[in-house]
Design a protein around this ligand. Sequence first.
Ligand SMILES: [Zn+2]
Length: 146
Amino acid sequence: MACDNNARFAANPMSIPDRERVYADDSWRVAHSFDSALPGWLVVLPRRHVTAMHELTAEETAPLGTLLHTLSTALHDTTGCTKAYLMFFAEAEGFGHLHIHVVPRMPDFTDDVTGPRVFAYLKQPKADWVPDDEQDHIAREIRARL
Ligand SMILES: [Zn+2]
């Protein structure tokens, strides 16, 4: 899916919805997680198919620190999160394309969704996922702050 959307974006940036292009440069694209029940759950994806950090080039790696900081700041400003969690595993079946989760840690988080347990937000029924139009709205709000 990451590669499909990268290809569509490369052919025509406007062919994918706002939620799939929160941010993009030559190396990275940022999307709102399509299956999250938590508003503002972002994923940072390389523009080419890479499955491990050690496969990245120096040119791809260099801007990553700044990008993660900028996204964390934008999430703080738009969602009121106390910090942003950063995680990379790419272990789920069909999701081997490197993707770094940038997740707003909200002030009202309870114990059962704190730390690694935050992935509970990716295991909810589809009816509880953030609706597409809300994902698009969040994407535009974040993009405006980058
Ligand atoms: Zn891929």
